[in-house]
Every structure is written in C-alpha cells, then in structure tokens.
Design a binder for this molecule. Structure first.
Ligand code: F6P
Length: 535
C-alpha cells in the first residue's frame, strides 16, 4: 500500500476528532478505560486521557497493521538487517533473553556468547565486591569511575540512580562531559588505590570518552606503581582490540548489533553490575524480558509499546503537536527524560524514509522533562495555559521508599492529569473570584488569566515500586515504543548520521586552533567566535 493509502484513514479520523473533548469520550464509549488501559510486565498504563475518540483509536490500530508492525517486529527478532543503512541486525532483546534463547544476528548464532559475557561480568563483579579482585597495591576497590557518553552513559546512569542503595558499599560516579570539570568533580575525594575506572565506548573512538579516559589514566599513573596499574582500567566496547591498545587491563565486549542507546543490557552496565551486584542486574534483565514477551505476544490493541507509540503518532501527525513532556514522579527516575531524549530523538529524529526518500510527515517530537513535582514549579505553566498543546506522560511509583507516605507525591501526578484534561472555564474562574470577595471589575479582569482550556492529553504509567524488574520493564517498554514509531514512520531507528557532521567540523576547528587561527574558508561568524575564544 502506498504511504497515502496507509495514512488516509488516520488523517480522516484525526480531522474528525480534532475538536473532540477527551472528558466527553468516557460517556460516549463506556468501555473506554478498559479499552485504553493495559497491564504489562508489572506496569499499568492508562491512555484513556489521550485525545483520541474510539474511532481515532481504531484508526491508529489500522495504521499500525497497514504499516506492517508485526512483520517488522518478526524481522527484528529474527536478526535481519533492520538497521539497513549500516547493514546490521538489532538484537537488544537477545541480551535479556532466557537461558534457552537462541538468537541469530544476520544468521550467526549469538546467544551462547551473550551468556558467556554475562557470566564473565557476574564473576568479575563478585570478585570486585568481595575483595578478591584488587588494585595495584592489593587494596579492594571502593569506588568506580564510569567514563562514557550518550548510550554509553545515560542507561547505566538511570539504572544507578533508580536502584542504588541509600548507603552504597561501592561509590559509583559518572563522567561524560569533555569539560575537565566533570572529571575533576568525579575524582574529588577518591583514592586511586581503591578506584576502578571503567571506560565504556562502543567504538572506542569517541573524542570525549577518550579524552576523559586519558585524564583518568594520568590520575592513576600519578600515584600508582606501574605493575598492576592496568587492573584499575577496564574497557567495555565492541572494539576490544582498541581498548587493549589504550591500556585497559581487561575488556568486556559486545557486538555491533547492540545499538548504543539500546546497550544498557550489555556489558555497558558493568559498573552497575559491580556496584549493585549481579542479582540486581539479573532482576533488571528479567523485567525487560517480561516486557519483551508482552511485546511479542500481545495483540496490537492490547500491546503496551504499540499503544504508547500510537498515542504519540496521533498527537504528532494527527493533531500536529511537535513536543511531549515526560514527568517521572520518583526521584530515582530523575534522569529518565534525558535517557528518553537520546532513545527517541536519536532513533527517530529522521527526515528520510528507509529507502532515502524525504518524509512528508512529522517524525520524532521534541522530548523533554523533569521530575514531576519539580517540573510543576517550573515549566508546567506552559503545559496548562500555553497556546501550544504539549502532551504529557506521567510515570508514577506508588511507594518510592519502604513505609514512606507516597500520596503527597503521586497525588500531584493524578491532579496534573486531571487538571490538564478538565481545565477550568472562565465562568468557573469568575465565580471563584467572586466567592473569594473580588469585585465585579476585579473578577472580569482576572477570570481569563485563571482559565485553563483543558482537553490536554496525558498518559499515565503506574508501578508499585521501583524494583530492578519494574525498571527493566519500563525501559524496554520505551525501547519497543520507539521501534514501533520508526516502523510506522518508515524510518531507520537504529542509525544516527545526524551526529556525524558536528564531529567532523569540531576536528577541523581543532586543526585551526593548532594552526594558530581560523582558516580562510571559515564562515565569518564562526571565524569571529573562534578568534574571540583563542584570544
Ligand atoms: O555521537 C552519538 C553516539 O554515537 C551515540 O549514538 C552513542 O551512544 C555515543 O555517541 C557514544 O558512542 P560510543 O559508545 O562509541 O563512545
């Protein structure tokens, strides 16, 4: 079917639904809540506050069927070259599959190797934790500095923030920024004798990571004997020969069919496996596996990642809403928006289809967010009363600490979803002002300022506690959602050519710096900026 054909029903439904009020749809379709909510892998998702009518919802499902979501899902799991511009399979589900799994990447069996690396990681982590694996001076490791950027940083950071004990036995710190201050802060207070540096880079060519790794190496060299120093320096990479060449005493490998932003299930999370313990990591993998099973088995209309993807596409392409905010109501999930920015915007921020033709519709929206209660006191003003409609996503954890009262936190999330949907009319605002003693003139003057248009969509995701299993399920949910969107938009979600040009130009600018000034072919603005910075 041509692109126009598969989207025509969707477009017609969106045009019909554009003025519909969400709150009225519950009466129009008494089964709405049941139809548009789903439980998967310990997560409860409520998409009934989205802007679709029942007809719009069905049109979205028709679009997913026509776009071939089920067929593409089968190709992904079969290890075909789903990443068509790089000729690679995309097999992150293989990293969290059960013991009897037998995945193949482009025909090559991979599951035995996955299990062997997992076993090696667990053995190494246990040896570090119990003090058998020591540093150059025989002391046990008490701290880890994890160096990596993008997908080699964001996933492990979310995992650590979400699952770390209040008083960790191993202090895990992350360094991503090439700004030396990031490294300086991370190293402050650490003892080289008891510090393990884990350098994570799929390519082992990333400028920021290599610069930081050099800085860490120099820091270790300044106070440790040469013999055994390499035991402080571990590489995690798909290019183990480069890690060895860089001086890593040991390397843990993963394959090129693990995309950077989908890599937290691999050795990329070695630092977390050590600092949290292998059992915690196993829990994370088993939660993701439960979501994988759901994604593969559930029919499209009950499939959590598919419904999440369709809600986004309805907002972006049907109702022309080019942004979405994510508000986790859990301090442990404070880095989730940053993780999703890379996952979604690096995967689906694309302007050409898989065959290279220019897209004719919008693809990935701008994704941004903050922990919910913090966001409420910052940018939520715009979400409630700004002229653009920004769909919201609330991630609620009912109990964030054992025996702590969760209601003051999650009541806010529920209230925000309600307020966005219900709004407040000018008449109601005026009546409130009058009841509070305002004069007629004052009520007239202020009522419009206190009006909330309402009818603003949100999705709510609820989990009982932030366990390894729930976190694994949540992150896998977002991965599959991102994949489904890519299939429907007919784009390759697994390459990232858009980051390349800046890298090349940065190198050229460094060449100019080394040469003492801007090259004559530099544009006037960049040349002036360079001159100023070099002065
Ligand atoms: O530049 C973007 C990117 O390639 C991401 O896709 C990746 O996660 C990140 O850089 C880090 O790359 P690497 O793991 O190879 O250092």
């Amino acid at each position: 079917m041509s692109e126009i054909d598969i989207w025509s029903g969707f477009d017609a439904a969106a045009a019909r639904d554009a003025g519909a009020r969400i709150v009225d749809q519950f009466a129009a379709d008494p089964d709405r809540l049941a139809r548009m909510s789903v439980e998967a892998a310990g997560l409860y998702l409520d998409l009934s506050k989205q802007s679709w009518t029942r007809g719009g919802f069905e049109a979205c499902l028709d679009l997913a069927r026509a776009a071939g979501v089920e067929g593409e899902r089968a190709r992904l799991y079969a290890g075909e070259a789903v990443n068509n511009t790089e000729g690679r399979a995309v097999l992150h589900p293989a990293l969290r599959a059960g013991d009897d799994a037998d995945f193949h990447a482009l025909g090559e069996a991979v599951s035995a190797e996955v299990r062997a690396v997992q076993q090696a990681m667990a053995d190494y982590a246990r040896a570090v934790r119990d003090g058998h694996e020591t540093g150059a001076t025989g002391k046990a490791f008490r701290a880890i500095v994890h160096i990596g950027i993008g997908g080699s940083d964001l996933g492990p950071r979310v995992v650590w923030d979400a699952l770390k004990p209040l008083e960790p036995s191993i202090d895990l710190r992350f360094v991503a920024n090439i700004d030396p201050r990031d490294m300086a802060e991370a190293l402050t207070g650490l003892d080289p004798e008891t510090t393990l540096v884990v350098v994570v880079s799929k390519t082992f060519t990333t400028q920021e990571t290599l610069a930081n790794a050099e800085a860490a190496k120099a820091w270790l060299a300044a106070s440790l004997p040469e013999a055994g120093r390499d035991r402080h320096f571990i590489g995690v990479t798909a290019a183990p020969e480069r890690a060895g060449g860089f001086g890593c005493g040991r390397a843990f490998a993963f394959r090129d069919w693990v995309g950077g932003r989908y890599s937290l299930w691999s050795a990329v999370s070695l630092s977390c496996v050590i600092a949290l313990g292998p059992d915690v990591f196993d829990g994370l993998l088993s939660g993701a596996r439960a979501m994988d099973d759901h994604f593969v088995d559930a029919p499209l209309e009950r499939n959590a990642p598919v419904l999440m993807a369709l809600a986004q596409i309805w907002n972006v392409d049907g109702l022309h809403r080019p942004a979405r905010t994510v508000a986790p109501y859990a301090h442990g999930l404070r880095r989730l928006p940053a993780f999703l920015q890379q996952l979604e915007m690096e995967s689906n921020g694309k302007r050409v289809h898989r065959d290279g033709a220019t897209v004719t519709r919008q693809t990935c929206p701008v994704v941004f967010g903050e922990p919910g209660t913090n966001g409420q006191h910052a940018f939520f003003q715009q979400i409630h009363q700004g002229p653009q409609v920004v769909p919201a996503e609330f991630v609620i954890v009912s109990e964030t600490l054992p025996d702590a009262a969760g209601a003051p936190l999650w009541s806010n999330a529920l209230a925000q979803g309600q307020a966005l949907m219900l709004g407040k009319t000018t008449e109601a605002a005026r009546a409130e002002l009058m009841a509070a003693g305002s004069t007629d003139a004052e009520a007239d003057r202020l009522a419009s300022h206190k009006t909330f248009p309402g009818n603003r969509p949100s999705t709510t995701i609820v989990m009982d506690r932030l366990t390894p299993e729930r976190l694994g399920a949540l992150l896998a949910l977002y991965e599959h959602k991102t994949f489904v969107e890519g299939v429907i938009w007919d784009i390759n979600s697994f390459d990232q050519w858009g980051v390349e040009l800046g890298k090349v130009l940065a190198k050229a600018i460094l060449t100019d710096v080394a040469a003492g000034g801007p090259s004559p072919d530099l544009d006037p603005s960049t040349a002036a900026l360079l001159g100023r910075l070099m002065a």
